[in-house]
Design a protein around this ligand. Structure first.
Ligand SMILES: *[C@@H]1O[C@H](CO)[C@@H](O)[C@H](O)[C@H]1NC(C)=O
Ligand SMILES: *[C@@H]1O[C@H](CO)[C@@H](O)[C@H](O)[C@H]1NC(C)=O
Ligand SMILES: *[C@@H]1O[C@H](CO)[C@@H](O)[C@H](O)[C@H]1NC(C)=O
Ligand SMILES: *[C@@H]1O[C@H](CO)[C@@H](O)[C@H](O)[C@H]1NC(C)=O
Ligand SMILES: *[C@@H]1O[C@H](CO)[C@@H](O)[C@H](O)[C@H]1NC(C)=O
Length: 471
């Protein structure tokens, strides 16, 4: 398999690695029956203090053939000449490399099996999990010092796999939090030739002001996408990829309690609570891989503009907006690939998280005083409300409403003049109120009602007669 001149060309160290990799790759037929399954390591504070100088980066391999029993892919096994357990790694297949982030209390990340499972259901790939718990735990500032060394070690592995026939563009790194910047630095070491990097709420503290060399950015891979869910706390607030999805504005997620902590050193009891926003990126990504419903990002320059209905189309992407998750191949959407394109979407609070975006548009006759109107959309089992503040100097109002069901499920619309105290307008004349979905599904007409008069204390409603699947 390896000609002699190749052996001469590479040093004895690499030779060793190649010999092992040969057996790793050729053994793919064998089952892992009887073998002990590997797991990520965990550590305690006292263990960590003793080992601080050593990073001990480890790798675990999961494939469709050993989905429930990870194989260790350690540095030691790369230099041993006798492999007890042949590897399921297949150089002809794409490779997903998962990189965890900061581990506040030295525990192992709990999501690895679920993410690997979702990736393997979507595509027949090699999943390599990077375990760097000894470098990632406890003091965040020390962890930040370690991440480039971890990236360097990963690059040695990638080099060896590459020598063995893996193409750089077949690697897709998925980095969670600080892991996104580890992946970014691996990308830097390979001069952006890696196929794809996905950052799941890339870490913000100590990275936001960093040079692009030091953090994940769009030059790190042929395609870089990132999902932002906690950009005001643990995550980064600036776009770092070719496309950046900001979920619900990227800061506070639905169903996560609001939290304001000033210290990065969080105590264990509140840890799970604090990271709800931060970990939402991962959960949404895993759910998206399952493919039960599309999570479409809409290009816009700011969340405020998005919420005010100023961004409704996918023209930047030639009509098809990017979708979170497993775009096959390297995920490139249009050519040339945009850079740092912000994408916005609203989600629900639980899997599968998908929401539809309705534009609510209302035109009123000029008012003498300000007013507040509550617009309610009802389906058989669901009520969604939106409040509009009407001013005397504006007659057209637009707002984006998040709704889990399609427009055709809307049974009725209700308007109520809720103005009290500061909102004195008594009678309101609505020239038209329309609800439409965007980006517009083909053939779907907006729901509109024209010429409505209603007073304070006298709500107005209208029933729609429509059936789904009419188009
Ligand atoms: C990590 O865990 C593996 C078992 O999964 C164990 O063999 C190894 O010794 C552990 N590493 C350290 C440094 O404790
Ligand atoms: C690692 O976790 C296992 C249980 O999952 C526990 O038994 C063990 O004590 C932990 N080790 C350390 C070093 O925390
Ligand atoms: C490796 O993957 C290729 C491409 O999917 C496939 O044709 C081949 O059979 C696989 N090899 C083994 C040993 O499974
Ligand atoms: C994805 O689908 C699998 C199998 O249908 C399910 O067990 C898992 O909970 C789903 N994960 C998410 C995040 O929806
Ligand atoms: C509304 O809820 C009922 C009872 O849970 C259910 O049977 C029905 O299918 C639901 N309707 C829709 C349109 O989801």
């Amino acid at each position: 398999m390896f000609p002699q001149n190749m052996h001469r060309a590479w040093g004895p160290v690499l030779l060793c690695g190649l010999a092992v990799l040969t057996s790793l790759v050729l053994g793919a037929e064998e089952s892992s029956r009887g073998a002990e399954c590997a797991d990520l390591n965990n550590t305690t504070w006292s263990q960590y203090r003793q080992r601080r100088a050593e990073l001990q980066v480890r790798y675990l391999l999961l494939t469709r053939r050993n989905q429930d029993c990870a194989q260790a892919f350690t540095r030691a096994s790369l230099t041993e000449t006798q492999q007890q357990q042949p590897s399921h790694f297949n150089v002809s297949r794409p490779t997903k490399v998962l990189v965890h982030g900061y581990r506040a209390i030295g525990s192992r990340p709990s999501w690895v099996k679920q993410l690997a499972g979702a990736l393997l259901r979507a595509e027949d790939v090699n999943v390599v999990v990077v375990d760097w718990v000894y470098g990632a735990s406890f003091a965040y500032n020390l962890v930040v010092e370690n991440y480039k060394e971890v990236a360097l070690q990963i690059s040695v592995l990638i080099n060896q796999l590459q020598e063995h026939g893996c193409r750089l563009e077949s690697f897709h790194f998925i980095g969670v939090s600080l892991g996104a910047h580890v992946a970014g630095f691996v990308g830097t070491l390979f001069e952006g030739k890696i196929g794809r990097i996905t950052g799941l709420d890339p870490a913000g503290p100590m990275f936001k002001g960093a040079d692009t060399y030091d953090r994940l950015d769009s030059s790190d891979a042929q395609f870089v996408d990132a999902i932002h869910t906690d950009s005001d706390y643990f995550g980064i607030s600036i776009p770092v990829g070719h496309v950046d999805y900001f979920l619900n504005g990227g800061k506070d997620q639905t169903g996560c309690a609001r939290s304001r902590f000033t210290s990065i050193l969080v105590y264990f009891p509140v840890y799970g609570y604090v990271i709800c926003d931060h970990m939402r990126a991962l959960h949404v990504y895993m759910s998206a891989l399952n493919g039960s419903c599309p999570l479409v990002g809409i290009p816009c320059s700011s969340y405020e503009d998005f919420l005010q209905g100023r961004c409704l189309d996918c023209d930047v992407f030639q009509g098809t907006c990017p979708t979170i998750g497993a775009s096959p191949g390297r995920g490139m959407l249009v050519s040339p690939v945009p850079r740092e394109q912000k994408l916005f979407l609203l989600t629900t609070s639980a899997p599968p998280f998908c929401s539809r975006h309705f534009l609510l548009q209302m035109e009123v006759s000029p008012l003498d005083r300000s007013a507040e109107v509550e617009v309610t959309l009802r389906t058989e089992n669901l009520t969604v409300e939106k409040r509009l503040r009407l001013q005397t100097d504006t007659t057209v109002y637009r707002a984006v409403v998040s709704h889990p069901l399609p427009l055709c499920e809307i049974d009725s619309i209700h308007l109520k003049n809720t103005g009290a105290r500061f909102y004195r307008q008594s009678e309101i004349h609505v020239k038209s109120v329309c609800i439409s979905e965007f980006p517009a599904p083909r053939g779907e007409e907006p729901l509109c009602v024209n010429n409505i008069h209603f007073r304070r204390g006298a709500p107005w409603s209208h029933d729609f007669v429509q059936v789904c699947g009419a188009f």
